[in-house]
Design a protein around this ligand. Sequence first.
Ligand SMILES: Cc1cc2nc3c(=O)[nH]c(=O)nc-3n(C[C@H](O)[C@H](O)[C@H](O)COP(=O)(O)OP(=O)(O)OC[C@H]3O[C@@H](n4cnc5c(N)ncnc54)[C@H](O)[C@@H]3O)c2cc1C
Length: 497
Amino acid sequence: MGGDERDAVVVGAGPNGLAAAVVLAAAGLSVRVYEASGEIGGGCRTEELSLPGFRHDVCAAAHPLASVSPFFARFDLEARGVRFVQPEVPFAHPLEGGRAVAALRSVEETVAGFGRDDARAYRALVGPFAESPRALGSVALSSHRGLPGGAARGARVVVAAPRSVTSLVGRFRDGAPRALLAGAGAHAMRPLDRALTGGVSLLLTGLAHGVGWPVVEGGSDRIVAAMAAFLAERGVEVVTGAPVRSLRELPKCRAVLLDVSPRGLLALAGESLPRRYAAQLRRYRYGAGVCKVDWALDGPVPWSAEVCRRAGTLHVGGSLEEIAVAEDEVARGRHPERPYVLAVQAGVVDATRAPPGRQALWTYCHVPAGSDRDMGEAVAEQIERFAPGFRERVLARSVRTARAVEQGDVNYVGGDIGCGLQDLRQTLARPALRWNPYRVPVPGLYLCSSATPPGPGVHGRCGELAATCALRDLFGIRSVGLGPSPGADPVPSRSSR
Ligand SMILES: Cc1cc2nc3c(=O)[nH]c(=O)nc-3n(C[C@H](O)[C@H](O)[C@H](O)COP(=O)(O)OP(=O)(O)OC[C@H]3O[C@@H](n4cnc5c(N)ncnc54)[C@H](O)[C@@H]3O)c2cc1C
């Protein structure tokens, strides 16, 4: 792996590693990227997992975060050929009795079926988060060190973020709005009474109204392909099938950016890390895992509730109380009988994902960390509850247990797709308690994975912020234009090595 010199080396070609490489290359540096897997993309790939002709997003499928990412705005994904396509209904939540509740693009249409008090409560609670989605994105997708996007708006997010789903829903009388917010909050992969689950719910629901929850036409891998094309134009070499086991294997360079988990950082650089920092990395906590199940269907899912047939994403788990039980079980290390299931049916707006008349369905459910249990039957059972006849549509299914998810990408420790528990402490102090989370306290070394703020999701911000920091520290470069709309990068500037 050694050999010729580079200005910078990036280890890991997930969305954040690639974003870091894009920023470094845009600054005119010579860069090389090493990726363990045979393919680039990490959590942003698309493959024929079930049957030929069925293109499944291997990991990320729904892109509200990419839609408001200041990095992707500057990089201008759309100008580079990535087409976000909008399901008419961003997300829906089937309920017993053939009913459903859904987050529609307009807050008013969403509350049309609610009682008067619930409609008023929903407007007051979620409305402000739907108003300025890009500003919301710039606050949520920041380094969490300061208040970008305007102090007032920033303050609203900061005040709401620590709340739990349970604390939000007390104001609603009916089960439908409570279930809607619980389904969105369960993305945090934690019991619904824990801090931050409410903040996650408000962020994701606000974005559903503000920008929708699009999928990428052709597959999420188009996002990665756009970054790879940019790198190829600038002569950046991306070496695949190249797991890096020690920093000593890397060529001589001034900056090394690691798109790895804290566990990966310890493995790569353990002996050179200061003792206190290494101890913090060892204490870093990982969250629950997921079991991913992809389905080849001979037609659309026969949801009983019509609105579910038009939705891109579905939260399948019944009432708030049922989802709360499922998430509690997972947190206690047990497999729920009725798991909370996330489903994405990209085919409602993207005909390229499956042969004519057929559907590729993406699902996962939460499981205890490190689980090796195949949850395919439990997922089918949950969908069948709200879409009788689902099983008859199944042509094939492909299952990856939580353990297999980690085998496919070592950053997902125990199958934790967030690369770290999303509690309040680890949202602010990711991966350790430091003013600048991107600088590893070893000269020239930076962490750029989703184990740094702003955390999980396909938004490229961890990579962008880490690379911006390295450029400033080591090369004296303060601002880089990425394309049509260059902008300033708000990274922590105080020195804290
Ligand atoms: C099942 C699943 C569903 C998801 N759904 C969504 C979604 O719908 N929307 C969304 O926004 N996000 C979603 N996510 C989360 C999103 O995919 C991740 O947050 C995002 O990919 C993190 O990007 P990253 O670059 O930090 O890490 P990763 O994408 O994990 O990439 C890290 C890369 O580094 C490589 N690597 C690690 N260590 C080494 C090493 N030592 N040597 C060489 N290479 C190495 C890995 O092989 C990998 O390719 C999902 C994730 C999963 C797994």
